[in-house]
Design a protein around this ligand. Structure first.
Ligand SMILES: [Zn+2]
Length: 219
């Protein structure tokens, strides 16, 4: 099952991808995670990407395309994959088609997670994380035992620069401008399934399963 997960920042698609990955034992390929790994490793790609991401902007195409191509070549993608955060523009969508052609693969479904912008801004701007161990908290929904401190190591928690409200709104704007035409293309190709992403994680997951089974695709 070869899938693309689509959705604005904070749509919960990453959480859903992890659930699906565990259910079907196929890799969850998150472009954001791959980029953050590069940033943490302070690689050449990571240094370039870090500055751009902190400004709430999108990383250049040649970089994301290369990362995706190398990842899809790995043997664990043979039984399927969930691509998350790529493609985000028409150019990337074309590049993906080329990559899949080269690898003799094709997409089965593109799942679009639909959300309300204001709800997402409220949720994301409350996130705090630990620089030391990577643990993530929320000032309302997932508080640490001691305010402002990591449960694991007592480190001071901070807000990822791209979780600041202005950065989130910028990401929504960029997202809408660049990705809506891509969605339209997938709609015309009959690959698009829209899922209402609000509500309990399990309920959303049930909708995801229904969406990807629609059309008779086998797991
Ligand atoms: Zn920590």
């Amino acid at each position: 099952m070869n899938l693309v997960f689509f959705g604005p920042p904070g749509s919960g698609k990453g959480t859903q991808a992890k659930l699906l990955k565990n259910k079907f034992n196929i890799p969850h390929i998150s472009l954001g995670d791959m980029l953050r790994d590069e940033v943490r490793a302070e690689s050449e790609i990571g240094k370039r990407a870090g500055e751009i991401m902190n400004a709430g902007k999108l990383v250049p195409d040649e970089l994301t395309i290369e990362l995706t191509r190398e990842r899809l070549k790995k043997p664990d993608c043979q039984q399927g994959f969930i691509l998350d955060g790529f493609p985000r523009s028409l150019l990337q969508a074309e590049a993906l088609e080329q990559i899949l052609n080269d690898l003799q693969m094709k997409l089965d479904k593109v799942v679009y997670f639909q959300v309300d912008e204001d709800e997402v801004v409220g949720r994301l701007s409350g996130r705090r994380s630990c620089k030391k161990c990577g643990a993530v908290y929320h000032i309302k929904f997932n508080q640490p035992r001691v305010a402002g401190r990591c449960d694991n190591d007592g480190e001071m928690l901070c807000q990822r620069p791209d979780d600041a409200e202005a950065a989130i709104r910028t990401r929504f704007e960029v997202y809408a401008r660049q990705t809506l035409p891509v969605l339209e293309g997938y709609r015309q190709a009959n690959l698009l399934a829209t899922v209402a992403a609000q509500g309990e994680i399990d309920d959303v997951f049930a909708r995801v399963l229904a969406a990807i089974n629609d059309g008779g695709h086998q797991a």
